[in-house]
Design a protein around this ligand. Structure first.
Ligand code: BTN
Length: 261
C-alpha cells in the first residue's frame, strides 16, 4: 500500500491543505487512534494522518470494538489542533460525518444517513464509524484525534451484525488508495469550513444527512443516565437539544440514541 500511497500523494493529496499534509502508513496496529494520541502527545503536527491496513484493537464509542479486517477497510486517524473550546470537540464528529456522507454519496451509495452522533449508515446499516478523542492542557483543548473506520471491501460475514460495506452496497470492490485520497480531500474541505467559522453551513448539511428531525421522539442513554423526549435542534457544538416531558430542554453531546415510534 505504501508505494501507491506515496504516488497518489504526489498526484493529489498535496492539494490537501491541512488534513493529510503528512501521512504515516502502517500494516497492523492495535488502534490508529491509540497511536495518533501517543504521537500527538509527543508533539506531532496538526494534519498528520495515520492509516493502517488492519487493527487488532480497533475501538468505537462507549467501549465498543471496531472490527477491522486486514486489507478490506480504511482505518485512519487524523491529528488535529483546532482552536476550539473543549465543549466544541464533538462538532468535529459532525463535520466528519458530513464529509463521509459526501464521499459515499459521490461514489453512488444510495440512502446514506447519519445516525447521531457518529454513525454513518445505509438503510440503517452501519458503514462508517467516527471516534473523536480530545485531550486537554490546562483548561484548553491541546489536540484532538479524529478516527474513522470505513467498511470498504469486506463482506457482511466479516463484519458485525447490522453492518454493511461499500462493496455490499455497490457490488464491486474499491481501490483503498483512491478512496483514502477522496476521504482526505473531503475531510480537509469540511475542516477548512469549520476553521473559518462556518458552523451554520456545516449544521445545515448535517441536518440534510441526519436521520432525525425536529419532533422525533427519542431515548438517549449515556453513562448511567437516560432521558426521553422530543428532538428540538442541534446546536453549534454538535449537541442535540431534547425537550423533556416536563418542558425543560437538555443538551446532550453523546450517547446511545433510540428512536421511539
Ligand atoms: C464507532 O463506531 O463508535 C466509532 C468507530 C471508529 C473506528 C475507527 S477505525 C480508525 C480509528 N481507530 C480506532 O481504534 N477507532 C477509529
Amino acid at each position: 500500500m505504501r508505494e501507491e500511497f506515496l504516488a497518489a500523494l504526489r498526484d493529489g493529496y498535496s492539494q490537501s491543505r491541512i488534513i493529510g499534509r503528512k501521512i504515516l502508513i502502517y500494516d497492523l496496529v492495535t488502534s490508529t487512534n491509540d497511536l495518533a494520541l501517543m504521537l500527538a502527545r509527543q508533539g506531532e503536527c496538526e494534519g498528520t494522518v495515520l492509516f493502517a491496513a488492519g487493527q487488532t484493537n480497533g475501538r468505537g464509542r462507549l467501549g465498543k470494538k471496531w472490527v477491522s479486517p486486514h486489507g478490506s477497510g480504511l482505518y485512519l486517524s487524523a491529528i488535529l489542533r483546532p482552536r476550539l473550546d473543549l465543549d466544541q470537540a464533538s462538532f468535529l464528529t459532525i463535520c466528519a460525518g458530513v464529509a463521509m456522507c459526501k464521499v459515499l454519496d459521490g461514489l453512488g451509495v444510495e440512502n446514506v444517513s447519519i445516525r447521531w452522533p457518529n454513525d454513518v449508515c445505509v438503510r440503517g446499516r452501519k458503514i462508517c464509524g467516527i471516534l473523536t478523542e480530545a485531550e486537554i492542557r490546562g483548561r484548553k483543548m491541546d489536540h484532538l484525534v479524529l478516527g474513522i473506520g470505513m467498511n470498504v471491501n469486506a463482506s457482511c460475514d466479516e463484519l458485525v451484525e447490522g453492518a454493511t460495506s461499500i462493496k455490499e452496497e455497490l457490488g464491486r470492490k474499491f481501490d483503498l488508495t483512491d478512496l483514502g485520497a477522496i476521504i482526505l480531500r473531503e475531510l480537509d474541505q469540511e475542516y477548512e469550513r469549520l476553521l473559518s467559522g462556518r458552523f451554520l453551513k456545516i449544521l445545515e448539511d448535517f441536518r440534510q444527512w441526519c436521520d432525525l428531525c425536529a419532533g422525533t421522539r427519542v431515548k438517549i442513554a449515556w453513562a448511567d443516565k437516560e432521558l426521553e423526549g422530543f428532538v428540538v435542534e442541534f446546536d453549534e457544538s454538535g449537541r442535540i437539544l431534547i425537550r423533556k416531558d416536563d418542558g425543560t430542554v437538555e443538551r446532550v453531546s453523546a450517547g446511545h440514541l433510540t428512536k421511539i415510534a
